[in-house]
Design a protein around this ligand. Structure first.
Ligand SMILES: [Zn+2]
Ligand SMILES: [Zn+2]
Length: 488
């Protein structure tokens, strides 16, 4: 039934939102039953008489400002228990952080902080999650006030209509407010920030839009409500996802949910990829993407690695893979929220997949206070998806955005504290198999997380990166290693 109100991306569009302006064009292109069906569907969803005619009541409903939840599968569903739960997309940990990285022009930042905190607390009153605001990156939920095109695939539409949108947890949980709206507090003028923020936080936690006007998750904004609160069904919905407050203690804490890949020996690659990687004296950076590809950066090229070899078709230009990103990257890692950070000199860039995620580059000293410029390597620590290790020269820094300050005074520490590592490294990777890999020159070391020491099993480390990782064959030395590949 909703087929005819999906756009070409498969995204649900409230018929009229975004398209309403060129309604006539739509009509002329869709004189078939689809159009009428779409209108009828829209009307029935909104408790209007289902006539299929675009009458005054229907256009009035379409004009109402609303939320633009960003999810391919968002539909306004029938009111039932399941209607509140979107694909069971939820956060798998209890203590979440958020940051407001771009404020509104309409309200003082301290007011925005307060209202956003209220919005989170309306939900956390009923579930065992905590939300803490952080001023430093990285955070779980990034909140910003944006206008028009703003680095995701969903530009805002200017005043009216779409007021805000949010990503469900599996898409990162971020929240964007359209700052061409006049955001207000305790006023019948403009658009009430608390009400819209509460609704968007609901999405950010995994809830759907509803069609009951008493819900905070109702898909349209109905004007300022001085007695605004969550409805019984909002609470029921959020508790379906996270359990009731104080009653879910045994719930999987999810802080250490790294998939431990089996440690099997893989078959030998059939085709060797002879590339610059095979002869290079070192690599610039190595990291996992949010879809679990392992990527190596060397100068202005990148290489995707399969198990023990370079994937066919590589290298490619970094500027093609991550538009806006320069070559000669110093360090890179993907954070637990799926965002990838790149560092070069005194700057860093943040990407959501292959798309830049805001106004970057920014200064490392702004986003990562306490971390030096001109890094050598960065990676997540083995038992924490939120703690980042940075390496430069002979030292390393532990960066934990959940503490203040994020870098403890006891850092930096010498890399030689990690037994068996050289005193300097070029690149580092926390592999999903649970091991950490440190690259220096044309060799690498494998470190077992639990013991924090270089692995002593099998062939000794350091091993030759070209043969164990890149599948290079025409090596003049180390030819005996050709039958050996790093175990993933
Ligand atoms: Zn919504
Ligand atoms: Zn957005």
């Amino acid at each position: 039934m909703v087929r005819s109100v999906r756009d070409h991306n498969g995204d649900f569009v409230y018929f009229g939102v975004g398209r309403f302006k060129d309604k006539n064009a739509s009509v002329s292109q869709h004189t078939d039953n689809d159009f009428q069906e779409a209108i009828m569907e829209y009307q029935s969803l909104n408790y209007l008489k289902s006539t299929g005619v675009l009458d005054a009541a229907t256009t009035e409903m379409m004009r109402r400002p609303r939320c633009g939840l960003k999810d391919k599968h968002n539909t306004v569903q029938n009111k039932s228990v399941e209607s509140f739960v979107l694909h069971k997309s939820r956060w798998e940990k209890k203590h979440l952080t958020y940051g407001i990285t771009k404020y509104s022009k309409w309200l003082h930042w301290s007011v925005v902080d307060r209202e956003i905190a209220k919005a989170f607390s309306l939900w956390s009153e009923h579930i065992d999650l905590t939300f803490t605001q952080h001023r430093n990156e990285p955070v779980d939920i990034d909140i910003r006030f944006e206008k028009y095109i703003h680095h995701d695939e969903n530009p805002f539409d200017g005043p009216g209509q779409v007021l805000a949108h949010a990503f469900i947890p599996k898409h990162g949980g971020d929240i964007h407010f359209d700052d061409t709206e006049h955001w207000t507090v305790n006023s019948t003028n403009g658009t009430n920030l608390l009400q819209v923020a509460t609704h968007e936080v609901g999405h950010s936690l995994g809830l759907l839009d509803t069609r009951d006007q008493s819900d905070a998750m109702y898909f349209a904004y109905l004007g300022y409500d001085p007695n605004f609160q969550l409805s019984r069904d909002d609470i029921f919905g959020i508790q379906r996802l996270y359990g009731k407050k104080n009653r879910y203690r045994s719930w999987h804490d999810g802080e250490n949910n790294i998939g431990m890949a089996s440690n099997t020996i893989t078959s030998r690659p059939s085709v060797a990829q002879e590339s610059e990687l095979c002869t290079s004296k070192n690599i610039d950076a190595i990291f996992q993407t949010d879809d679990d590809s392992t990527i190596v950066f060397l100068r202005n090229k990148y290489y995707k690695l399969l198990q023990n070899e370079v994937a066919p078709g590589y290298p490619k230009d970094i500027s093609d893979g991550w538009p806006g990103l320069p070559g000669n990257i110093d360090a890179a890692f993907t954070y637990e929220n799926g965002k990838t950070y790149f560092f070069q000199g005194n700057k860093y860039w943040r990407y959501r997949g292959r798309q830049i995620d805001g106004d970057y580059p920014r200064e490392i000293s702004d986003g990562f206070p306490g971390i030096p410029n001109n890094l050598n390597a960065a990676m997540l620590w083995w038992n924490s998806n939120s703690t980042v290790y940075f390496f430069k020269d002979r030292k390393f820094w532990l960066y934990d955005p959940n503490t203040t300050p994020p870098v403890k005074p006891s850092y930096p520490k010498p890399i030689s504290n990690i037994e068996g590592l050289p005193d300097q490294i070029d690149a580092a990777l926390h592999h999903p198999n649970g091991n950490m890999y440190f690259f220096r020159g044309d060799k690498y070391y494998r470190v077992d997380g639990k013991s924090s020491t270089v692995d002593h099993s099998g062939q000794p480390y350091p091993r030759r990166t070209a043969s164990w990782w890149f599948g290079c064959k025409n090596l003049t030395r180390d030819s005996t290693h050709l039958t050996n590949y790093e175990h993933f």
